[in-house]
Design a binder for this molecule. Structure first.
Ligand SMILES: C[S@@+](CC[C@H](N)C(=O)[O-])C[C@H]1O[C@@H](n2cnc3c(N)ncnc32)[C@H](O)[C@@H]1O
Length: 255
C-alpha cells in the first residue's frame, strides 16, 4: 500500500526500532523457545531467525552458544543488526546475515531450528504468500527440525489495535500509532509517525505498516499442507491456542 508522505515499512524506523521495542522481554521468548528445542531433542546449535530485524534475538542465541543466521528483507534493519556484532563474529561465520524475502528464500545449508518472531508472518498479506513462506522454511529445515513462530490473532488486530490511535514517548522519540482494521480482509493498517527530538531539532518520519490476521485453522492447514506436524499454543505457554488469545505461538516439525 502506498500513501502520500508515508514510507514503506522498515525503511526509516530501523535506527529507532530497538528503543521503541525496549518493553519486549525477548530474553523470556528465547528461553521459552530453548525449552521447546530441548523437548524436541535437538542438540545441534544452529538457528535461522527469519525476519530477524535488528537482531536482538540473534544476540541472545549467540550468548547461548548458537551459530546464527539472520534473514531479513529490509536493508536498513540489517544495517542496524550488523552493527550489533563484531567483525570477527561476522567473518568467522558465527553470525551470518542475509537479505532475502521470506516468501521465497534459500540457504546454502539446512538448519535444525528456524524462528520467525514478533508478528513478522502477519506482514504476509495473502494466504499464498504465507504458504510460500512455509514451503521455503520446510525446504531449508533438516528432517526432524522445528520452526517456531508467533503471530498476532484477529482479536489482537481487530479489538486490541482496532481503529484507535495510540501515542507514546520513549526517550527522545514521540510516536503516534494510527490503526485501522478492515474486517473483510482481516488487514490492519498502521500509519506510524515518529517525531525524534535531537539537539533541539525535531525530525519526523512516517511509515505505513500492514498486518493480516489468519484464523488458527488456516495456519494449521497451510503448515500441514506443506508437510509439517503442527501445534499452536497461546504465546509463551503450552496451552492450546484460541481465537481469543492476542498472540499465538506455533511449533511446526518437519517430518
Ligand atoms: C516486527 S519486525 C520483527 C523483527 C524481529 N523479528 C523482532 O522480533 O524484533 C518485522 C520484520 O519482518 C521483516 N519482514 C517483513 N516482510 C518480510 C519479508 N517478506 N521477507 C523478509 N523479511 C520481512 C521486516 O523487515 C522486519 O524486520
Amino acid at each position: 500500500m502506498k500513501l502520500e508522505g508515508f514510507n514503506p515499512p522498515f525503511t526509516k524506523i530501523a535506527p529507532y526500532y530497538d528503543r521503541l521495542m525496549s518493553f519486549v522481554n525477548y530474553r523470556s521468548w528465547v528461553n521459552h523457545i530453548e525449552r521447546i528445542i530441548m523437548m524436541h531433542n535437538i542438540k545441534e546449535k544452529i538457528l535461522l531467525d527469519i525476519a530477524c530485524g535488528t537482531g536482538v534475538c540473534l544476540e541472545l542465541w549467540l550468548e547461548k552458544g548458537y551459530r546464527v543466521i539472520g534473514l531479513d528483507a529490509s536493508e536498513s534493519m540489517l544495517d542496524v543488526c550488523r552493527k550489533r556484532f563484531s567483525q570477527n563474529l561476522l567473518n568467522n561465520g558465527r553470525v551470518k546475515l542475509i537479505q532475502q524475502d521470506m516468501r521465497n528464500f534459500s540457504l546454502d545449508e539446512q538448519v535444525p531450528v528456524a524462528t520467525c518472531l514478533y508478528d513478522s508472518l502477519n506482514y504476509l498479506l495473502t494466504s499464498e504468500e504465507l504458504l510460500n513462506c512455509f514451503k521455503s522454511v520446510y525446504l531449508n529445515l533438516k528432517d526432524g527440525g522445528i520452526f517456531v513462530f508467533d503471530m498476532n490473532t484477529r482479536h489482537a488486530l481487530e479489538v486490541e489495535w482496532g481503529n484507535q490511535r495510540f501515542e507514546r514517548r520513549d526517550g527522545p522519540i514521540h510516536s503516534i500509532w494510527d490503526n485501522t482494521f478492515e474486517p473483510v480482509t482481516g488487514i490492519s493498517t498502521l500509519k506510524l509517525t515518529l517525531n525524534v527530538y535531537q539537539n533541539g531539532d525535531i525530525f519526523t518520519f512516517k511509515e505505513i505498516h500492514q498486518e493480516r490476521a489468519y484464523p488458527i485453522d488456516e495456519i494449521k492447514k497451510l503448515l500441514s499442507q506443506v508437510g509439517f506436524e503442527v501445534n499452536l499454543y497461546r504465546h509463551l505457554t503450552f496451552n492450546p491456542a484460541s481465537e481469543f488469545d492476542t498472540r499465538i505461538m506455533g511449533v511446526a516439525r518437519k517430518i
